[in-house]
Design a protein around this ligand. Sequence first.
Ligand code: NAG
Ligand code: NAG
Ligand code: NAG
Ligand code: NAG
Length: 467
Amino acid sequence: MAVRILIAALLILFVSFAYAFDPDPLQDFCVAVKDDEAKVFVNGKICKDPNMVSADDFFFPGLNMPGNTSNPLGSKVTPVNVNQLPGLNTLGISLVRIDYAPYGLNPPHTHPRGTEVIVVVEGTLYVGFVTSNPADPNMKNKLFTKTLYPGDVFVFPEGLIHFQFNVGKTNAIVFAGLSSQNPGVITIANAVFGSDPPINLDVLTKAFQVDANVIKYLQGQFCRHFSFSTYQKLFSSTSLQIKLNTSLRNMHLSSLMARQVNIYASDPSPLQDFCVAVNDSNAAVFVNGKICKDPKMVTADDFYFSGFNKPGNTSNSVGSRVTQVTVNQLAGLNTLGTSLVRIDYAPQGLNPPHTHPRATEVLVVVEGTLYVGFVTSNPAHPNMKNKLFTKILHPGDVFVFPKGLIHFQFNVGKKKAVAFAGLSSQNPGVITIANAVFGSDPPISRDVLTMAFQVDKNVIKYLQSQF
Ligand SMILES: *[C@@H]1O[C@H](CO)[C@@H](O)[C@H](O)[C@H]1NC(C)=O
Ligand SMILES: *[C@@H]1O[C@H](CO)[C@@H](O)[C@H](O)[C@H]1NC(C)=O
Ligand SMILES: *[C@@H]1O[C@H](CO)[C@@H](O)[C@H](O)[C@H]1NC(C)=O
Ligand SMILES: *[C@@H]1O[C@H](CO)[C@@H](O)[C@H](O)[C@H]1NC(C)=O
């Protein structure tokens, strides 16, 4: 028994090392250069010459000032990320202040690149997040909620849909840390019903299982509310405006790019050849990922899965079926940061708008014609919309859906379609927007949804009844 506990403890250490994802800066700092006029774009931001760096590069004043909550939602987020505070570049963290009027709502949204930890400074908040789709199709996305008072702290895990609602009679204030210099925000209602251009009506009608008129009505709400999103604030007061000599810049760019790519690499770093997952359905101890099987017991079958030639059953309300090979089906994937799916689509079949909280997806069409798309996270400028990128794909075509963004595929051909996709996580997770928002267990409060979608309570009731 003692030996087993010791082994478990060692395994836990090992596994958490294998999954560490803090950034690994290669220097003390890499203060971001303002890249408004950049002609070359890198992952993150180019560093300012270290000799030019001053204390002000690490400084942002004014977070004592309340945000203006005079807007339809009654809340305001003031971000301090790398766009406001260039010293955050490469350091994997940022901060926000959120103000709420009485009954103000920070509506259901995700951060594609960050976990969020909040502390309530003033007021009473009803907060919650919804888990990604459960393994068992008869289960629902689970809603965790809590009422928070001053001094209370709550965590919203990376990529999951969450919200905060001021249920007190006075103003509320929170501060929150986020585990990315640029966590991004996807306000579900805006991204789904207010993208530019709009998501195809057939896609949304099928995804939300409602009449086209309901979708048109919802879309109508977001055509009018341009400045509706709370996370949109353009930064205007940089203390230092760096004018880079173009030729100097070009000279150093290639080496800078190499550096940036290293800093932001997110592939896993296994500490051994493999760590085949132990089937832990009866585990008493839970770790990040899965505990490794004794390497001496590992066989070829641990790396093997068969049956991907068989079509999935598309007889369901959306006319599509995803067959997964994640670490739950193929134990050898453990610690290796990748998985695979097969997707079958009946004619007019839809893989409805969803996100993968932990993965980028790259898809190849094997058969049929797919209309696919993804929506960017909220733009920096409040007059802009979440942008929709779409494409018609034919056999052999490949398309990428970046990590955490809302995306879909729709079979627009007259025959069935088949695609395979690789995902950059052994357990990417899926959040089907319609189900998570309108079908969680227990349901998200109607007050929250009514305000978030800017519609009548009856519309929300109707949508909830579909899931
Ligand atoms: C708050 O915003 C509203 C609406 O945009 C505006 O009318 C009002 O002047 C602002 N209040 C302050 C104090 O800035
Ligand atoms: C940029 O730097 C180069 C080399 O130092 C110099 O010849 C050139 O005049 C500079 N250009 C500008 C616009 O300052
Ligand atoms: C496909 O699923 C439907 C509905 O669940 C079921 O009635 C049907 O028998 C299934 N077909 C096959 C081939 O398994
Ligand atoms: C793990 O064990 C459970 C219960 O023993 C079983 O139902 C499940 O199929 C197993 N999973 C794998 C991937 O072998």
